[in-house]
Write a new protein. Structure first.
Length: 261
């Protein structure tokens, strides 16, 4: 089935569907890809301007989308965003969890407040969105949940960020647990060239060019992936073509997980 028809008549809600900078982040690309595949999309982000920017891109291409401001780590805010999507579109078929932050440092350098913040944003947000949306998809008899984890949750990737790694490991376990009870899939991106890295990974390097060159070298393909690599995987997993795929951890990382060094 061509991309344009894969998600016809479906509704996707994308948490973290904006972008923290220019370019294509994972959530922004996923929201646009869902729309291109025929879905109506609720773009949710804590930054209303970035959600509106993604909505406008979808509208400019002839798609249907709304922008919703919400904090995915607060239950009342999640409930509000879901109600906005249901009011606009009548149902939700696809939950896409892309909210997440990184933090630098190991156990000694990471303070307690930072640890708690990373766990709240990266893990609790997925718990809350699933808590609110799963009863709806269960009542419908169908639905797909796409949780964005990270290769750092299962492998050492060269960065000392213990809170982030622990949170993404928790996301993987959470996704498998939900998958066996309901239906969920996980995507674990590797080294991606998205606006996120220039805001939150840059501190590991002396310059932007050094960071890009180092991350390209770490990838077995010689080049980082991008938000569209994640987005296309998400569209497939959310489509009927993946109806018998459940509880997987799909590593979108250029083969980095297979390396021994």
């Amino acid at each position: 089935m061509p991309l344009a028809g894969r998600l016809r008549n479906k509704v996707a809600i994308v948490y973290g569907g904006g972008s923290i900078g220019d370019g294509w982040g994972n959530g922004k690309a996923a929201a646009v890809a869902y729309a291109r595949a025929g879905a109506r999309v609720a773009v949710v982000d804590i930054d209303p301007a970035s959600a509106e920017a993604t909505r406008d891109l979808i509208a400019a291409e002839g798609g249907t989308a709304i922008a919703v401001e919400a904090n995915a780590s607060l239950l009342t805010s999640v409930e509000h965003s879901v109600e906005r999507a249901r009011t606009a579109f009548g149902r939700i078929d696809i939950l896409h969890n892309n909210v997440g932050i990184t933090s630098q440092g190991g156990p000694v350098e990471t303070n307690e407040a930072t640890w708690d913040r990373v766990m709240t944003i990266n893990v609790k947000s997925m718990f809350l969105t699933c808590k609110v949306i799963l009863p709806m998809t269960e009542a419908q008899g169908s639905g797909a949940i796409i949780n964005l984890g990270a290769l750092g949750g299962v492998r050492w990737t060269g960065y000392a960020y213990c809170a982030y790694a622990a949170s993404k490991g928790a996301v993987n376990s959470f996704t498998q647990s939900v998958a066996l009870q309901y239906a969920a899939k996980g995507i674990l991106p590797g080294l991606m060239d998205t606006p996120h890295i220039y805001k939150q990974i840059f501190g590991f390097y002396a310059s932007r060019d050094e960071m890009v060159a180092a991350r390209n070298r770490l990838s077995p393909t010689g080049k980082m992936g991008d938000g569209w690599d994640v987005a296309y995987a998400a569209v497939f997993l959310a489509s009927d073509e993946a109806k018998f795929i459940n509880g997987i951890e799909l590593l979108v990382d250029g083969g980095m997980h297979a390396r021994c060094n």
